[in-house]
Ligand binder design. Structure first.
Ligand code: TYD
Ligand code: MG
Length: 458
């Protein structure tokens, strides 16, 4: 009898070894290896790829005909926006997010909307029973004779039903809960996720069905299981937001058929998720109209959409030997760099001060154009002065304290004008054509500080 081969696989990144390792040499995680049986069949992806490769011959770029890309609108404007105009037929889409954030909700809603457009949808539920889904559908007012609900965890059964029903769109909720019989390891392990995703990819490409996969996210924010999942799918969408607040943000991280880093904003109500068309009201409505130390309004650029957000900073004497730097919504290393520039180029001594920075509304800001706003929020709190509450701040900070230009300045300024702001601090080398707002151009961080900081109450 042939000996059953096993291998040890890191459950974080998918790294494989012949024996147990305490620490993964690839991603550095401790204790992440589990023993898994090797697949009995050749990996499906290899077979698919071989099929494609055997057929193809080199051809001139100019001679290649493009198949028409068919998009299916989801009727949910914010969801269409991040998908680049709708679901592409035959594509594989991954939606990842924390438990309870609303992944099942949005996909059930999407299923309902697709059915209105005469599309057949198969919703595979590996986590909830059919009656649980029916309850949710009632809450969401979904009533359709084209939406099939299929509680199932076995990949082979799922495949058979897809063949029987022949839907236009398949939703798999979630990839971590289904398993394929060709592999003996348990559901949710790297090999299982990889194999199931391969089978789903085959189904999507061969039968031209759009497959939407739900994936859970681990504590450190990456998709649970392997990174390979991200490589295999066409589109990766993250569902973010504060579970304890009502709005949610969908952000596309990878999109073979559209723009990445696009965001869609939703509000969770008692009857499901609704699109938010004017997000600035949402992020700025809790703000006090008075100017307060440690607050600055920035216009970030999320995908193609400018967003106004408030940055809050708190600076106070530390009781600890090493001062604390705590961030919420901003990358901590980015803050450390900005603090270093403030110390060296502006002379603000923060070595005995704790610094807390928070983006109100729970949104994550990656855009370097928010740097100047973060610096001003920290500086005003440290010195107990204020930035005028009618001013927006835009600019990236370099290590020598210079203010670098940002992308899409006109869109950002227009957004500030629409929200009624009177003054904008912008990088010197950015060209601004809007005359409905007072523009102050700054070359260095120190210029920005002297241009817009006032004593409290003035
Ligand atoms: P769910 O879609 O089940 O989350 P996930 O699939 O990402 O784990 O959403 C669960 C949360 O959403 C739950 O806490 C209840 C809330 N919710 C509403 O507030 N309104 C609604 O209409 C629905 C369906 C859910
Ligand atoms: Mg769910």
């Amino acid at each position: 009898m042939a000996k059953i081969k096993t291998k040890w696989i890191c459950q974080n990144c998918g790294y494989e070894t012949a024996g147990y390792l305490g620490k993964c040499p690839e991603c550095g995680t401790w204790g992440s290896f589990t023993e898994e049986m090797q697949a009995l069949t050749k990996p499906q992806m290899l077979l698919t790829l071989q099929g494609i490769l055997n057929e193809s011959k080199p051809s001139l770029l100019n001679d290649i005909a493009i198949g028409k890309e068919v998009r299916i609108s989801t009727n949910i404007s914010e969801f269409d926006r991040i998908l680049g105009g709708g679901l592409v037929q035959g594509s594989l889409v991954l939606i990842a997010g924390d438990p309870g954030i609303g992944k099942s909700t949005i996909l059930l809603q999407t299923g309902g909307e697709l059915c209105k457009n005469n599309k057949k949808v198969l919703y595979i539920s590996a986590e909830e029973s059919a009656s649980q889904i029916k309850l949710r559908a009632e809450r969401l007012n979904i009533n359709s004779d084209k939406l099939y609900i299929y509680p199932q965890i076995n990949m082979e059964n799922i495949r058979t039903e897809i063949d029987n029903i022949n839907p236009d769109v398949v939703v798999v909720d979630s990839i971590q809960a289904i398993y394929s019989g060709t592999i003996t390891s348990s559901a949710g392990s790297v090999s299982q996720i990889r194999e199931c995703c391969n089978i789903l990819m085959q189904i999507a490409k061969n039968k031209n069905i759009t497959v939407i996969i739900i994936g859970h996210v681990t504590k450190d924010g990456s998709i649970a299981g392997p990174k390979v999942l991200e490589h295999m799918v066409d589109t990766v969408i993250y569902f973010e937001g504060d579970k304890y607040k009502s709005y949610r943000i969908l952000r596309s991280m990878k999109n073979r058929f559209g723009n990445t880093s696009e965001v869609g904003i939703f509000e969770m109500n008692s009857d499901g998720l609704t699109c938010v068309t004017n997000p600035n009201e949402l992020f700025l409505n809790e703000r006090s109209q008075e100017s307060i130390p440690g607050s600055a309004i920035v216009v970030t650029n999320e995908g193609t959409r400018p967003l106004l957000v408030e940055i809050q900073a708190l600076v106070g004497t530390t009781p600890y030997p090493t001062p604390r730097r705590v961030t919420n919504g901003v990358d901590t290393s980015r803050l450390l760099q900005i603090l270093a520039v403030l110390e060296k180029r502006v002379g603000l001594n923060l070595s005995k001060q704790d610094v807390y920075v928070n983006i109100t509304g729970g949104i994550e800001v990656d855009d370097p154009g928010a740097d100047l706003g973060i610096a001003l929020a920290v500086a005003t709190c440290a010195r107990d002065v204020v930035v005028d509450s009618q001013t927006v701040i835009i600019g990236e900070i370099g290590l020598s304290g210079e203010v670098h230009p940002v992308q899409n300045i006109d869109k950002r300024i227009n957004e500030a004008v629409l929200s009624g702001f009177k003054k904008a601090i912008v990088p010197y080398s950015n060209k601004v054509t809007n005359d409905k707002i007072e523009i102050i151009k700054v070359k260095r961080l120190i210029d920005a500080i002297s241009a817009c900081i006032y004593p409290v109450g003035k």
